[in-house]
Design a protein around this ligand. Structure first.
Ligand SMILES: [Zn+2]
Length: 261
């Protein structure tokens, strides 16, 4: 028995071409540069708690509470301009853990699908998790100078890595880390297998059903071919009768809820 709780960790406001690149022909539309407010949409920011008999796993962290004081400073200019975030009271990842009866130190793993601020931005809140993990390639990319990666978010926090291949986290097939590269260098999806089927936590590989049904790329991709291959992978999973859900961080269809497997 596995249970995935979708944690509603606030929102972010983006240009409509960021989730679905076919909403504009302008290659830079996702940044919002020279685009009016009419193109802005607000989408959810989610994280996930996986409860298994043998492990408690958090996937992604949402925003830090520091966003409430000075969002521009916390996100940095580049991120704030492209996707200003909002974290209402009671929606920080630690608020959700507390409501479910857990402390950050109860987490056996915190897995980062990738290290953009809306996913790794709350790391300081869960720094007491037993192990914090990202893929080898994502960790390496995050050490570079691209403005999407804010080194201060993980300064002093030990992030370990898992290999860039399908990786059976607990050795029993219940949680498999699957490379879903493209949106970022080392984006990773988490497949959770229960008695009754599986669900895929797909991070930002897509932004909703349209992404994998119609192979619509997001406006941001580190590697276009890999991003497309990842959407095809999701399409393949979706065809399986065992597939109970494909969860994406910013998909309004899956902004809250519990999936029992
Ligand atoms: Zn995101």
């Amino acid at each position: 028995m596995a249970r995935i709780t979708i944690l509603d960790c606030g929102t972010t406001t983006v240009d409509e071409a960021l989730p679905f690149s076919d909403r504009s022909r302008n290659k830079l539309a996702f940044t919002g540069i020279l685009r009016g407010k009419s193109h802005k949409i607000t989408v959810p920011v989610t994280a996930y708690l996986i409860e298994l008999p043998k492990a408690l796993i958090l996937v992604d962290t949402g925003w830090d509470t520091a966003i409430r004081t000075d969002a521009r400073k916390y996100e940095g200019f580049f991120n704030y301009f492209a996707s200003p975030g909002f974290l209402p009271p009671g929606k920080a990842v630690t608020d959700h853990l507390e409501a479910l009866g857990y402390k950050p130190s109860d987490l056996d793993y915190c897995i980062l699908t990738h290290m953009d601020i809306d996913h790794a931005g709350g790391l300081a809140l869960v720094r007491d998790a037993k192990r914090i993990l990202a893929s080898e390639s994502e960790k390496k990319a995050s050490e570079g100078l691209h403005p999407r990666y804010l080194h201060r978010l993980w300064r002093g926090i030990g992030i370990r890595t898992f290999p860039d291949r399908e990786f059976d986290l607990l050795g029993d097939g219940s949680v498999t880390l699957i490379p879903m590269h493209g949106h970022s260098e080392g984006m990773t999806a988490v497949k959770v297998q229960g008695d009754d089927g599986f669900a895929i936590i797909a991070g930002d590989a897509g932004y909703g059903r349209r992404s994998w049904e119609n192979l619509v790329l997001p406006g941001v991709e580190a590697n276009r071919e890999e991003a497309l291959a990842s959407l095809r992978k999701l399409q393949g999973f979706a065809k399986s009768p065992q597939c109970k859900a494909i969860l994406m961080t910013h998909d309004p269809e899956h902004a809250t809820g519990i999936i029992k497997l």
